[in-house]
Design a protein around this ligand. Structure first.
Ligand SMILES: O=C(O)CCC(=O)C(=O)O
Length: 388
């Protein structure tokens, strides 16, 4: 854990900027390490900061992940037997590795296409513009080039743009307002598309939460209600082609600290899950969303459902995009499994905590990996309880 903690505090400097461009100034002034996918020299030599240890680069087996395809249409038509079957598929997947895909999810395919289109709008902006929206230390919102503002080694070969989406109590233009505030009025349309996309994700997440509740044998509405006032996070990932794709990763191996992830990947492929001791590809399906359990839901299920290690590869020839919606509880809400799940002979696997404390741990003190939750709990017990 100490290595992780140290790495976060390392100062960073910028690579991969064209020397003649004005952003060089910001490099000198702020010491920011950057990564601009518009820059032609991205095709040159890959800096060593992007190389990953061989253990993280182990190739996937030929066998893809055998995650179930769950038909969410059954939740609408109310056929109890079909719902029980869907819940059984979800349960088996979550007990094993926590990944499944959902079809008949009700999200308009045109909206998904539009959300992909706006990924290009964002990342094709000049770097000077993107840097006006750069994520501030400790914050989850904004632009990040290779997370180089936070780390100095094992950099992911990607650019990201993230923003918060509050389920309740905020205006119905909260995302548009965010885009306005960090990128200006020119990006209003982009903000509108993501506003609509996040609303659709909120609806979809409620249905999945209901199914998760049924699959765990608790009141179907328990988790649905718990997340009604949540503070979720939306992230757009852009992975440029990389001529050293065998030495780097787009997203390094990690579990999601959040509760539930609803991801759409384009047809390039690259998402892999570590299941049964092997890396396994998740087949891209344009008609489906990939859903996975995160650390916080693992705690909410008292460890029954698994938050599983995953990573994203980069491609030598093609760029890749993914749209990721991380469902999170309201930040100060206590994370505690429902009483029903704590049977007589069973102990609580994790103490109570709040999502905001885990989020802060991963933003300020710890780089998410396979041991995030365990390290957080240790940190919690070794430090003053006021941290939680
Ligand atoms: O792009 C992907 O397929 C995975 C992204 C991911 O795991 C993340 O953004 O945390």
């Amino acid at each position: 854990m100490s290595t992780q903690l140290m790495e976060l505090s390392a100062s960073t400097t910028l690579v991969l900027y064209p020397a003649s461009q004005p952003q060089d100034q910001s490099k000198e002034e702020n010491g920011v390490l950057g990564f601009d996918s518009n820059f032609q020299e991205m095709k040159g030599e890959v800096p060593k900061e992007f190389f990953w240890p061989s253990g993280d680069l182990v190739k996937a087996t030929q066998e893809e992940l055998k995650e179930p395809l769950v038909d969410l249409g059954v939740m609408k038509n109310g056929d109890e037997k079909a719902i029980a079957n869907a819940a059984e598929l979800v349960r088996n997947a979550c007990l094993k590795h926590g990944f499944f895909q959902v079809i008949n999810h009700g999200v308009n395919p045109d909206l998904i296409d539009a959300a992909y289109h706006e990924i290009d709008t964002i990342f094709k902006l000049p770097i000077t513009k993107k840097l006006t929206a750069q994520r501030k230390p400790g914050s989850v919102s904004g632009y990040s080039g290779a997370h180089a503002d936070r780390y100095s080694s094992k950099l992911p070969w990607k650019e990201t743009f993230s923003f918060l989406f509050h389920h309740q109590g905020f205006s119905n233009s909260q995302i548009v307002d965010f885009f306005d505030s960090v990128l200006g009025q020119d990006l209003r349309h982009t903000g509108r598309v993501y506003q609509e996309y996040c609303e659709a994700m909120k609806e979809l997440s409620s249905v999945i939460m209901e199914l998760l509740g049924i699959s765990l044998g608790v009141d179907g509405l328990h988790y649905r209600r718990y997340f009604e006032d949540g503070d979720s996070i939306m992230r757009c990932n852009y992975y440029p082609p990389c001529n050293s794709a065998n030495l780097t990763l787009g997203t390094g191996p990690h579990t999601d600290p959040t509760s539930l992830t609803i991801l759409h990947q384009d047809q390039v492929g690259g998402l892999e899950v570590f299941a049964d001791n092997k890396w396994r590809a998740v087949r891209p399906r344009s008609e489906a969303f990939v859903v996975n359990i995160g650390d916080t839901f693992m705690a909410l299920s008292n460890g029954r459902y698994k938050s599983c290690l995953h990573r994203a590869l980069v491609n030598t020839y093609r760029d890749r995009r993914s749209l990721v919606y991380f469902v999170c509880p309201k930040e100060d809400k206590v994370v505690r499994p429902p009483k029903f799940l704590i049977t007589k002979n069973e102990e609580r696997k994790y103490p109570d905590f709040t999502w905001s404390s885990l989020r802060e741990f991963t933003q300020k003190h710890y780089r998410a990996d396979v041991a995030t939750l365990q390290s957080f709990i240790q940190w919690k017990s070794s430090s003053n309880s006021s941290n939680f």
